[in-house]
Design a protein around this ligand. Structure first.
Ligand SMILES: Nc1ncnc2c1ncn2[C@@H]1O[C@H](COP(=O)(O)OP(=O)(O)OP(=O)(O)O)[C@@H](O)[C@H]1O
Ligand SMILES: [Mg+2]
Length: 299
């Protein structure tokens, strides 16, 4: 069974997409079979990994992206998988093992214009189709926007674990708190649609601090986050194993540059990676994060 994981926070811009793309790459690098779904209509992860030209073709064709499983509904998730998505200039495969189901801007229509059968909400349609390919993967990752509207619901419903990217600030803490409230509501709403054998609805399994500047002491925001997490664990609104990850991701220019290069940070040349005092760099952070994720035994 693949581990199915959402990266989500109600706070925007905390690093959900950069964390999920770079963690997916780190997992593929250690030989895991990884499938990344882009459930954010902004299409950041899709444009990043496909680069603009390939993504533009899909966007203008109007199919080949996730919304087409809902409207017109003839496409299946299994037909949308772009195998070994990261390519070099001549189409050579740079990162075998990392597959993508992309999105395009039409995913926004799922929130407003889509009038599906209320007895078959989009997350159920998606979940049923996911079954056909789940066994091909060790990790299935869902990049979500900062809300639990219909697109995110697909990822949340299918997930077994949820991770919350956070910056060391009050707004990330508020975003986390709101997320847990909205998760409870969604889980209640979707409970009757869960399949036998699907397992319990996903709870928060971890908080990941991202974009930490050198020399900045994050002990106080970390402590506040830990207190809030403890409260949720006591109330059984977060998983018993939930923790703040030991690994935190440093703030590094290369993370922003990698998007323009159309590569995960792990594939950007070594000299561009903002190596710190011991030659340590942000690639090491992502590698450690992936290792910690692999070690964490989901409850
Ligand atoms: N560790 C980092 N170091 C430097 N810049 C970073 C780091 N992580 C993320 N960023 C930058 O911060 C910005 C926001 O990151 P990202 O798009 O991953 O956030 P997000 O939570 O997915 O945003 P949204 O809510 O819009 O989906 C981007 O420009 C990204 O390149
Ligand atoms: Mg994002």
């Amino acid at each position: 069974m693949a581990r199915k994981i959402c990266f989500i926070n109600y706070k925007g811009g905390v690093g959900k997409t950069s964390l999920i793309v770079n963690t997916a790459a780190a997992l593929a690098k250690i030989g895991k079979r990884v499938l990344l779904f882009d459930f954010d209509t902004q299409s950041n992860a899709s444009i990043w990994l496909l680069k603009l030209d390939r993504w533009n073709k899909i966007n203008s064709a109007g199919d080949g992206a996730i919304y087409s499983i809902f409207d017109p509904g003839r496409t299946q998730v299994k037909d949308l998988v772009i195998k070994d998505v990261v390519e070099g200039k001549s189409g050579e495969k740079l990162l075998p093992g990392l597959d993508l189901v992309p999105t395009t801007f039409n995913l926004v229509d799922l929130e407003n214009e889509y009038n599906g059968d209320p007895k078959r909400p989009p997350y159920l349609v998606f979940y049923e189709q996911l079954q056909a390919i789940e066994a091909n993967y060790d990790f299935i990752l869902f990049d979500c926007p900062p809300n639990i509207l219909r697109a995110s619901q697909c990822g949340v419903f299918a997930s077994t674990e949820i991770y919350v990217p956070a910056n060391p600030d009050a707004l990330s803490l508020i975003g986390f708190t709101l997320l847990v409230e909205k998760l409870q509501k969604f889980h209640q709403l979707s409970a009757s649609f869960r399949k036998s054998g699907q397992g319990p609805a996903a709870q928060v399994h971890g908080i990941i601090f991202n974009s930490i500047k050198t020399g900045v002491d994050i002990e106080v925001p970390k402590m506040r986050m830990q207190l809030r997490l403890n409260q949720f664990k006591t109330a059984k609104r977060a998983a018993a194993v939930a923790k703040i990850f030991d690994t935190q991701i440093r703030d590094a220019m290369v993370v922003r540059r990698a998007v323009a290069l159309g590569l995960p940070v792990a594939l950007v040349s070594a000299e561009a990676t903002d190596a710190g005092p011991g030659g340590d760099n942000v690639i090491t952070d992502y590698r450690k994060l992936a290792g910690e994720l692999v070690q964490l035994v989901p409850s």
